[in-house]
Design a protein around this ligand. Structure first.
Ligand code: COA
Length: 168
């Protein structure tokens, strides 16, 4: 299956079994998980389920949450990719906190978005971000996504953004 191309600082690949430890360190970090769903760090079962789901989705739909590798130190530092939400690919990102504040989420997400719109020819991509998650809202804005609506999920106000391919 095709994966997003490399960027200046990052590469992308499907998750492998050996990623569990590094990925669980990220998903069990309360600061990283503060604005994800209920804001509760994941159990090892939830982390494993996320890896298993990614590997199933890529076979079924050709897209998933790809592992993000920091090229300089070759570490798995998070994911960026898609899950289907009512049939529409929803883009998302999650990085280890040591790598925040350097533009890496924007670099990863721009690349994954462009890969989705062009190579995978997705007709529409959405993103949902908790209103209090200012860093992710900013990333979404920098991707050029358009705010569509707000709704409540699990007691949090969530903003829905979307983007479609350019007409020309
Ligand atoms: C959200 C996340 C991916 C951002 O990673 P990052 O690599 O630091 O992001 P970037 O450096 O690419 O850009 C973040 C932007 O948000 C801004 N930002 C960061 N924290 C902010 C805050 N508290 N308030 C307002 N803006 C903020 C940055 O200044 C930057 O914008 P700029 O380039 O205009 O200055 C990272 O914080 C993360 O993994 N969080 C946990 C998981 C998560 O919330 N995922 C998203 C679920 S929808």
């Amino acid at each position: 299956m095709p994966v997003p191309p490399e960027t200046a600082r990052l590469s992308f690949r499907e998750f492998v079994d050996d990623d569990f430890e590094a990925f669980h360190a990220i998903c069990s970090d309360p600061l990283v998980m503060r604005f994800v769903r209920e804001g509760v760090p994941w159990t090892s079962e939830q982390t494993q389920d996320c890896i298993d789901t990614a590997r199933r989705l890529v076979r079924e739909l050709g897209y998933c949450r790809w592992g993000v590798i920091h090229k300089d130190d070759e570490r798995l530092i998070g994911f960026c990719g898609y899950v289907p939400t009512e049939g529409v690919p929803e883009i998302g990102w999650r990085l280890a906190k040591e790598y925040w504040g350097c533009g890496l989420a924007t670099e990863a997400a721009k690349n994954v978005l462009s890969f989705g719109l062009t190579t995978l020819q997705m007709p529409r991509i959405i993103a949902t971000v908790q209103k209090r998650n200012h860093a992710s809202r900013r990333v979404t804005e920098k991707l050029g996504m358009t705010f569509e609506s707000a709704f409540e999920r699990l007691g949090n106000e969530v903003l829905l953004y979307s983007i479609t391919p350019p007409v020309c």
